[in-house]
Design a protein around this ligand. Structure first.
Ligand SMILES: NC(=O)c1ccc[n+]([C@@H]2O[C@H](COP(=O)([O-])OP(=O)(O)OC[C@H]3O[C@@H](n4cnc5c(N)ncnc54)[C@H](O)[C@@H]3O)[C@@H](O)[C@H]2O)c1
Length: 337
């Protein structure tokens, strides 16, 4: 009888634990935007999400009403303006932030700093007050600065946990997988290229030597491929000719990252994603490397692995810019009133 009871407790205890994040409350901040809308659609379509709160400074009641008619169980609510931000965030396990302005042709991601820095700081401040333990997934650019900004704001509130703050760089991995697959005639879904460093120009460092399956390129092709991955965002900005930057592929990448995180929080083992996080792997305070995700966010930083000479140079060349962008973000919060 005792054994039976213990078994019952173990089974039902297990079910309760496993189902916690199958009932995850996820917030999208900037949900009415070019990324926010398709990202919210993908999240609404997932069995991992039971509550989806959509926050923006405009249009969220309409986006929420629209999504709420989809026959999946996630309850969708729309929240508009700062007065409704707290309600969107209360009880959230995961917050995804694509709020802010995107690039126009000729702009770098850093040109967005002046507008997006304060947006990310304000939104993180609200997260610190309303859901201090939530996983924060930051999409807003420049990611190399917005992740340090979010981290410093959380520190000010005394609620910073570096294992729970992620800069979403998944689109760089998605692009690298696609371009390698194109060149080698492979199924892109079976290609995995780790991309490390940061998320802007030369700080985006694809590790083609660590690609699975193993691939090899002559040096001129490798150089061109690396350049294309680094400038793929600009390829989209130019093609959209003033109508913004990547939104649909970014929504896919943001959803992929969020689902990996929820799977890992849910107890799935062996979930690995690259992300721009607080790091001890290089001399940069923040750096993207493959991360083993777990119930509490980052379980283990898997580090850079073995680099080719070509990749070692890319890492060395990125350090100056990356450190500058990180410091710019930290200084912004330091000087905030
Ligand atoms: N990490 C990446 O790989 C990646 C890729 C593409 C784009 N981005 C970045 O994502 C961000 C959003 O891009 P987009 O194309 O969706 O832009 P968008 O202009 O279409 O949408 C942005 C949304 O943010 C909202 N917003 C503005 N200020 C806000 C605030 N204070 N609170 C809440 N919402 C606010 C706007 O109302 C708008 O709906 C940009 O910074 C862009 O550079 C990142």
């Amino acid at each position: 009888m005792v054994i039976f009871s213990v078994l019952l407790i173990a089974v039902f205890g297990g079910i309760t634990r496993v189902s916690t994040y199958n009932n995850a409350k996820v917030a999208v901040l900037g949900a009415a935007g070019g990324i926010g809308q398709p990202l919210s659609l993908l999240l609404k379509n997932s069995p991992l999400v039971s509550q989806l709160t959509l926050y923006d400074i405009a249009h969220t009641p309409g986006v929420a009403a629209d999504l709420s008619h989809i026959e999946t169980r996630a309850q969708v609510t729309g929240h508009i303006g700062p007065d409704q931000l707290g309600a969107a965030l209360k009880g959230c396990e995961v917050v995804v932030i694509p709020a802010g302005v995107p690039r126009k042709p000729g702009m770098t991601r850093d040109d967005l700093f002046n507008t997006n820095a304060s947006i990310v700081a304000t939104l993180t401040d609200a997260c610190a007050r309303n859901c201090p333990e939530a996983m924060l997934c930051i999409i807003s650019n420049p990611v190399n600065s917005t992740v340090p900004i979010a981290s410093e704001v959380l520190k000010k509130h005394g609620v910073y946990n570096p294992n729970r703050v992620f800069g979403v760089t998944t689109l760089d991995i998605v692009r690298a997988n696609t371009f390698v697959a194109e060149l080698k005639g492979l199924d892109p879904a079976r290609v995995n290229v780790p991309v490390v460093g940061g998320h802007a120009g030369k700080t985006i460092i694809p590790l083609i030597s660590q690609c699975t399956p193993k691939v090899e390129f002559p040096v001129d092709t490798l150089t061109a491929l690396t350049g294309r991955i680094q400038e793929a965002g600009t390829e989209v900005v130019k093609a959209k000719a003033g109508a913004g930057s990547a939104t649909l592929s970014m929504a896919y990448a943001g959803a992929r990252f969020t689902f990996s995180l929820l799977d890992a929080m849910n107890g799935k083992e062996g979930v690995v994603e690259c992300s721009f996080v607080r790091s001890e792997e290089t001399e940069c305070k923040y750096f993207s490397t493959p991360l083993l995700l777990g119930k509490h966010g980052i379980e283990k930083n898997l580090g850079l692995g073995k680099l080719s000479a070509f990749e070692e140079k890319l890492v060395a060349d990125a350090m100056g810019e990356l450190k500058g962008s990180i410091k710019k973000g930290e200084d912004f919060v330091l000087n905030m009133k």
